[in-house]
Every structure is written in C-alpha cells, then in structure tokens.
Design a protein around this ligand. Sequence first.
Ligand code: PMP
Length: 443
Amino acid sequence: MKPVNEIPTPADLSAFWMPFTANQQFKAAPRILTSAAGMHYRSEDGRTILDGTAGLWCCNAGHGRREIAEAVAAQISHLDFAPTFQMGHPLPFELADRLVETAPPGFKHVFYTNSGSESVDTALKIALAWQRARGEGTRTRLIGRERGYHGVGFGGISVGGIPGNRKWFGSLLPGVDHLPHTLDIPRNAFTRGLPEACPALADELEKLVFLHDASNIAAVIVEPIAGSTGVILPPKGYLKRLREICTQHGILLIFDEVITGFGRLGAPFAAQEFEVLPDMITCAKGLTNGAIPMGAVLVQGPLYDDMMAAGKGGIELFHGYTYSGHPVAAAAGLATLEIYRQEQLLTRARDMAGYWEAAAHSLKGCKHVKDVRNYGLVAGVELEPMAGAPGRRAYEVFVRCFERGALIRVTGDIIALSPPLIIEREQIDQLFNLLQEALQAQR
Ligand code: PMP
C-alpha cells in the first residue's frame, strides 16, 4: 500500500455515501482536504485554508499535533485493542481520572462512548435507569428543546429539535417534549455575549412539569450553547433556572457539551463557565482533539452511587460499546488533555474572547447580516434568507470563503465560527476579513 500522502482521490466519488451532504452537488464540485497543520488545512488543489471551525468543532488544539500522533502510534503497537467488558487495561482508567480532575465539582465517573451521538443516547439511558433504580420507574419522559442538536441516534433525534433530522425516521421515542428555543433576534440582535434575562423561557419547563406531573419525567437535556443549529445563546440566568426547576422536581439535568466542552467558552466546560451544575455532561470531539473518535458521559457521584447500590453486586448498567474506553482513543485523549494543560488552552478562549467579539461584531452592517452572536471562541452570523431559497445565501458565502482560503460552517442561513483555541489575533483578523469580503460579494 502507498503511503497515505500518495493516495490520490479517486476520479469517481460515488461509493462513499457522505453524511449530511448533498452528495450529487458535492461530486459536481468536490472540495477535498488533503493535509492539516496548526490552524490550516491544505486543499487538493494546493491552497492553504484557514480553519475557522476547528474541523467540526473538534480540533481545539489545532491540527497535526505530534504528541497525539506519537501516543496513538505507540499505543497501537503496544496494545491495539483489549475488551472493557469484564476486563480492563490501564489507559481508560487513567484518562477517567484526568477527566474527573478537569470536570466541574462532583463529577466523579466517566462512561466512554465513540461519539457525541452515543454519549447522548448513553446519558438518556442512564437517566431512565437511575430513575428506575431509585424506585421512580414511572419517570420515563424526556425533555429536549426546539432547535437542539443531540446527534443522530434515535434518542438524540427524539430529544433534538431539528425537523429535517426527525421527519424521515418514523415516530421516534415516545414521551418526549421540547422546550422553546432561546433565539429572539428582534429583541436581542447583535447582543454581545449572553442576551438579557428572559425568565418566561425557563419557566416553560414548569408548565411541562405541571402538565405531565414530575412523577413521569426523567430528565431534561440541553446544549448550554446550541452550536450546530446556529450558535443559540442562553439568556442570563436561564440555565440556573432550569437547574432549580429540575432539582425541585427530582428531574435530572443533562448538559450536552459535545461542542462547549474542552475550552470552547473559556472554561473547561460550560457548566463551569456558567456556574450551573448538571447531573451529567455529554462530551466527545475535543476530548481527543478530533484525532480518534471518542466520547464520554461524565456522571455526578451520587447518581453513580445509587446505581451501584441498586446493582447489589450484579451488572449495574446493561449498556456499553465494543470500543468503550478503546486503548488507542484513550491514548489520544490523554495526550490531548496534556496539551490542553501545558498550553492552558481550556481557559484561552476567555483571554481571546474580547478580541474575537470585536472582530465578529465588525460584520454588523455587512450585506444581509441580520444578527451576530458570540461567546468565548464561538460566533454565529445570521443572514437574511434569499427569497424562495432558504440556506442558499449562507451556502454561497461558505463556497466563496473556501475559494478565498477560509473554512467556515453554515447551517441554514447561519454561519458558525469556532476556530481551534490556538488561534492568534492576526488569524482572527484574517478570518473575519475574508468573511467580510465574502459577505460583501453577495448578490
Ligand atoms: N451533541 C451536540 C451538541 C453536537 O454538537 C453534536 C455534533 N455536532 C453531537 C451531539 C453529535 O456528535 P457526533 O457527531 O460525534 O455523534
């Protein structure tokens, strides 16, 4: 077999059915990335592309990190795979200790998965199992949020609030409700950081509790900041109020931190940044800097203790994946956390946030820009949709940015930006200058 850097892209791109992609459109004009280092990708046609999205919100320490590559290579030749069902090997235990140190207070246990979607479905299952284990087996209802994205498992699309991700797939999980989303552009357009408080939004949870009775509700799941659906921020006090209502009614609160975890907002997790403690945190992506698939559910001590007590020495959770705690992924995770620690990347977004915010809001006044939202090292830029062609405008900006040398991400008519946390000021300038040019070139 040829070395990886000599394998050309096949002329016929039909065999790979691509995820979340208009396959035929893509194949007509493919954008192929062939290598990456630091803040940049290299495209097949030899251009350098500034990474404004950390891949897919995952390469927080930048690309091509030698420490991760070496840890992975060493682990594969040392122990490529070993089961974690009734067996163990050292690395996932070690990584769990490091994760518990990084996590907010009280998080003492880690269940491993391979992706954000699996983390979400795992957390939902733990919630149901815990309610049952403590004798509250009637609590089976789950509450998500409109415009929430929780991956693509059946649990995730059921609690998720994206119509396009749900409508093809039947009746989904029964007994799921959705809180309203928190995006209110007429009121909050161009707010810097969190929008002003809007107590009525969190109080919608009270209404659901009243309607169904707390004795039927297991858990609420929200992204502290919704990323994939266009950077939707929680109003001030919103998450705290959800916490209060959940605590009052014995409902578990799950933060889906697949995007916000590992430093995106300026603290290791959003729970620390917003000072709200959920019962479980789902994560993935930045856990291994995107280099090897791995996810995790972080679990509060008492929740785990209750499950152990209920297990009475038998199996406490009938759930797990062949690759839960995979040695190679765990090696990547340990190397990644070490980079974050040494380079203080988990709090770097806090230092860069002011500069980032000013740069993002410089787009106010650009053609068709109707809102800019930001927090930490994340920003959303919402465009007026083109008449009769929703999503077209942002897609054209995406293509234009790529041609000019910047990778951005679009969802509908919203541009989402989430660069590697190593980004420097000049690169922030470059990213927003390129974006500004692309926006001004719109029809
Ligand atoms: N939850 C959230 C909040 C996400 O942003 C994502 C992915 N963008 C997922 C879950 C799903 O993660 P994955 O694609 O790794 O399954």
